[in-house]
Design a protein around this ligand. Structure first.
Ligand code: ADP
Length: 161
């Protein structure tokens, strides 16, 4: 039984993340999505809100579960008995940071490998921060996030403005 974890901020979850989740779920027996609580960036959504969003958009994937975690991704992976950490690669700009992270994680936990899935080209430009910026200025985000997520982003931004 192969378990993998997919850690990230998911603030909010985008079609780019969902593409990685669907593909990683096919490669593993069990995929645990980890919503990072102790992020240095101040998130728009609380970790509970982000967990609920991810649960909504992954409801049709039986081998996917979602939880929040604090601390190191390798500790989260070990807690879940995961053989691998899944990360998405969009462009060369992601590569340097992700490589450093993967090498550090290997040094910390040699038993946990990192699996990179390259993004679907359709979503290679897409990030949660772009989605928030567009929504903040009243732009249309329907091509980037699930309709229910789009409604939650618009609502949250209205509250903040
Ligand atoms: P983090 O703060 O950990 O980078 P993110 O939620 O921004 O959290 O990203 C989580 C993971 O998803 C990272 O591996 C990131 O590269 C990947 N990712 C983000 N956006 C996309 C996308 N559009 N296509 C593929 N992978 C993506």
């Amino acid at each position: 039984m192969i378990t993998a974890v997919y850690p990230g901020s998911f603030d909010p979850v985008t079609y780019g993340h969902m593409d990685i989740i669907e593909r990683a779920a096919k490669l593993t027996d069990r995929l645990v999505i980890g919503v990072l609580k102790n992020n240095t960036k101040t998130p728009l959504f609380s970790s509970d809100e982000r967990v609920n969003m991810l649960k909504k958009v992954t409801a049709s994937l039986p081998n996917v579960t979602v939880r929040s975690f604090e601390g190191l991704s390798v500790d989260f992976a070990r807690e879940e008995g995961a053989a691998a950490i899944v990360r998405g690669l969009r462009a060369v700009t992601d590569f340097e940071y992700e490589l450093q992270l993967a090498q550090t994680n290997r040094a910390l936990a040699p038993g946990v490998d990192t699996i990179f899935l390259t993004t679907n080209l359709k979503y290679s430009y897409l990030s949660s921060s772009t989605v928030k910026e567009i929504a903040f200025f009243g732009g249309d985000i329907s091509g980037f996030v699930h309709p229910e997520i789009a409604a939650m982003v618009r609502e949250k931004i209205k509250e903040k403005q």
